[in-house]
Each structure stands twice: as structure tokens, then as C-alpha cells.
Design a protein around this ligand. Structure first.
Ligand code: SME
Length: 150
């Protein structure tokens, strides 16, 4: 886990936010064979907008009222979903996705980004994966401050 986080920090040394998050999405996906999609949604005033990602073409705008992303926003908490089909308003960008992990990233106590990971396996994401992504979120929060991304 420490080597993983060291690599995340090295990627986030890049000062351009899009370049850094693009590489970070590639890193997260390449390190876990079980992922079919890994990326970011930007929280804006009106909705959540697709950011850098690796995977199939995805929904560009997601309302706060819908999907696992919407639940993340409304609950202010990570969402680890073993079976996305059991979530009534889950948004299926890739029909191959069966489980999902969403982890929020904050700046000045405002949610600014959501890390979104999808897997084609059911029950893919463990508590340890969630904790690891919480650490990645902390690294992004530090990069936001370091590079004045907001
Ligand atoms: N499944 C998400 C939508 C984004 S895609 O997974 C890339 C949701 O239900 O909010």
C-alpha cells in the first residue's frame, strides 16, 4: 500500500491538473486488473461533470439526484456498492459494470471531485480498497493545495 501511495504522490507532482489526473486514472486502472473503468467526476455548481478517466465512453453530466455519484454527493460519504443493479437509480455507463466504488475529494470543506471506480465483478471492492482510495483522495487534496488547482 505504501509503494502505491508513493507512486500516487509522484504522479500528483505534475502541476497541470488534467495531466496529473489523467495519469492517476491510468495508474489506478493498471494496478487493478478487476477494473473496467477508473476516473474522476468534477463537482460543479449544477451537476457532476466527467473528468479524466480510463475505460469506455461515459456519461458527461450526472445530476446530484441520480446514481452512485449522486448518493456520494448527497451522503457526503464514500459509496461501496457490491451489486450496482440493486441500486435503483444506478447509472450504467458501461453495461459490463457490476460493482462500484465512489470516494469524495474535498477543498475548503467543499466536495470538488469524486473518484469513481467500476468493476465487471460483483463484490469487487473491499474495505481495504475503500481505505486505499481515501488515502488517494487525501493525496489529491494535498495536490490541490500545492498546485492551487482551485
Ligand atoms: N455508475 C455511475 C455513473 C458513472 S459511470 O460509472 C462512469 C453512477 O451510478 O453514478
Amino acid at each position: 500500500m505504501n509503494v502505491y501511495i508513493e507512486q500516487v504522490k509522484a504522479i500528483l507532482e505534475e502541476e497541470n491538473m488534467i495531466a496529473a489526473l489523467s495519469n492517476l486514472s491510468a495508474f489506478i486502472k493498471q494496478e487493478d486488473d478487476g477494473l473496467n473503468w477508473a476516473g474522476f467526476y468534477f463537482v460543479t455548481k449544477t451537476d457532476m461533470v466527467l473528468g479524466p478517466f480510463q475505460g469506455k465512453v461515459a456519461c458527461t453530466h450526472i445530476p446530484f439526484t441520480k446514481g452512485v455519484l449522486g448518493s456520494t454527493y448527497r451522503s457526503n460519504n464514500p459509496q461501496r456498492i457490491d451489486n450496482v443493479h440493486a441500486i435503483k437509480d444506478h447509472i450504467a455507463c458501461d453495461s459490463a459494470s457490476n460493482s462500484e466504488l465512489c470516494v469524495p475529494v474535498y477543498h475548503n470543506k467543499q466536495m470538488v471531485l469524486i473518484i469513481d471506480l467500476d468493476s465487471s465483478s460483483f463484490n469487487h471492492f473491499t474495505k481495504e480498497d475503500e481505505e486505499k482510495m481515501l488515502q488517494v483522495a487525501t493525496c489529491i487534496e494535498q495536490a490541490i493545495l500545492q498546485h492551487s488547482w482551485y
